[in-house]
Design a protein around this ligand. Structure first.
Ligand code: ASP
Length: 457
């Protein structure tokens, strides 16, 4: 039965089984420290499989973003158009993030979360420093592109790639061969993503067993008000607000979008990292939704860094919760400040696990809320991080679809085909035809007739 299932179903089943097994380990006490399950399974086998899986995704992020964005810029061909797409995307990202946090503040206030509760911080919270915004802007131009790539500084990589792309366009015709080679490399990297996606059911299973057996759901229950409003706001923002925006601005089918996003969101959920999910997002929007690489190669990595609707929602909800707990009344001006700070903070920080808390301490410092209050929500944050990351990547893809559709850079036949992008699964079998074709190319040499054919395509 497992053999005949589609990849999405396999990933879904793996997710559910991982959650169930993890919770069993947690509630039966099998995961007790020092025991066999804890030592050899949760922190042994599953931890290794999970880490290998996340590493294999992260491995592809930098090469994929660099190469696909260079190709993307060359594909657009017009620098003014690039500027327009960039500005439009930035604007929509900021507006949707502001709407997200306003929703959270609104719902949090309506339900009055945290009022009348008497909680003491269980975990001391020490705020880590967030990068000052001024550094974020000045580091957009990397003094050393290789170290920017080694550190995965997404905005610097984006800048460098765009500059290379523009320069290739300026060189013009003689650079044609270079662009073709880069396009081929891009295809090869996307094939690597395909291979890794086929291993996803095992990776997702291992990550979820580990997360659930470590954390359990008890804490979620004790902070019920906070968790319920946060989860409600996340769901409302993604399923209602974003889908209304998608429908009205692009006319695209919401149902198709949600179905095609499922895999990406499970990846984000199990890795808690928008950055690590970039390869899967990029593959999904281009191969499954028909978005042209010239748009997606920019909007997806850019969104993973600057657009975090889910994280902004957490900040809004946490602000209301902690303010109510400590009996602090925030003025309308302070709420506006929270919105502004959260939007700015999301620009300045990368989409990696747990970064939302660092941003939250920036927001709290700005409006004068006690930073140690963050210690109260620390325990549940790891699980909520998973959920909000799924919303973060959902927002990136929705805006990508909106921008691509508005620029005529979307193939609707691909978007509306439920099977699109699902066929090239890798099951250890390589089509003999492509193997033979490859043997020809190699024996003719790279300048042989096959290469000329490629040139004409
Ligand atoms: N983990 C989130 C992301 O990667 C960021 C956060 O909210 O901590 O998008």
């Amino acid at each position: 039965m497992w053999k005949n299932m589609g990849l999405t179903s396999k990933i879904l089943v793996a997710m559910v089984l991982g959650i169930i097994l993890g919770l069993i380990f947690n509630y039966t006490g099998l995961n007790a420290e020092g025991g066999f399950v804890n030592n050899y399974l949760v922190n042994g086998l599953f931890s290794i499989i999970g880490k290998l899986f996340v590493n294999s995704l992260k491995m592809l992020v930098v090469p994929l973003v660099l190469i696909s964005l260079i190709c993307g810029v060359c594909g657009i061909g017009d620098i003014r158009l690039l500027g327009r797409i960039g500005t439009k995307t930035f604007f929509i990202y900021m507006v949707t993030t502001a709407i997200a946090i306003a929703t959270a503040i609104g719902l949090g206030s309506i339900f009055g979360i945290g009022k009348g509760m008497n909680l003491k911080p269980e975990n001391a919270f020490e705020a880590k420093d967030a990068p000052p915004l001024i550094d974020v802007f000045s580091n957009i131009i990397p003094s050393n592109p290789i170290s920017a790539m080694a550190n995965g500084d997404m905005l610097s990589i984006i800048f460098f790639a765009i500059l290379i792309g523009i320069s290739i366009l300026m060189v013009g015709r003689p650079a044609k061969g270079l662009v073709q080679s880069l396009e081929l490399i891009n295809e090869v990297i996307l094939k690597m993503v395909t291979i890794i996606m086929n291993l996803a059911p095992y990776g997702v299973f291992a990550l979820l067993v580990q997360a659930m057996s470590d954390l359990g759901l008890d804490l979620m229950v004790s902070l019920f008000g906070y968790v319920a409003v946060l989860v409600g706001s996340l769901a409302f923002h993604f399923f209602v607000t974003m889908m209304i925006i998608l429908k009205f601005t692009s006319g695209l089918s919401v149902r198709t979008f949600l179905a095609k996003m499922r895999e990406v969101q499970i990846f984000a959920f199990s890795t808690s990292s928008s950055n690590a999910t970039i390869p899967v997002s990029l593959r999904t929007v281009t191969k499954r939704m028909g978005v042209d690489n010239s748009v997606a190669s920019f909007t997806i990595p850019f969104g993973a860094t600057i657009n975090m609707d889910g994280t902004a929602i957490m900040q809004g909800t946490a602000t209301i919760f902690i303010a109510n707990l400590y009996g602090i009344d925030l003025s309308a001006g302070q709420y506006l400040m929270v919105i502004l700070m959260s939007v700015l903070a999301s620009v300045g920080t990368a989409g990696v696990p747990g970064v939302g808390l660092i941003m939250l301490s920036m927001v709290f410092a700005q409006v004068g809320l006690p930073i140690e209050g963050i210690g109260l929500i620390l325990g549940v944050d790891r699980l909520l991080d998973m959920l909000r990351t799924a919303v973060n990547v959902g927002g990136d893809a929705a805006v990508t679809a909106i921008v691509a559709k508005s620029e005529g850079k979307m193939d609707l036949n691909v978007y509306n085909d439920p099977e699109a992008g699902t066929k090239d699964v890798f099951n250890g079998y390589i089509d003999p035809e492509s193997e033979q074709e490859f043997a020809h190319v190699m024996s003719d040499g790279i300048m042989g007739s096959e290469y000329d054919d490629l040139n004409k395509r």
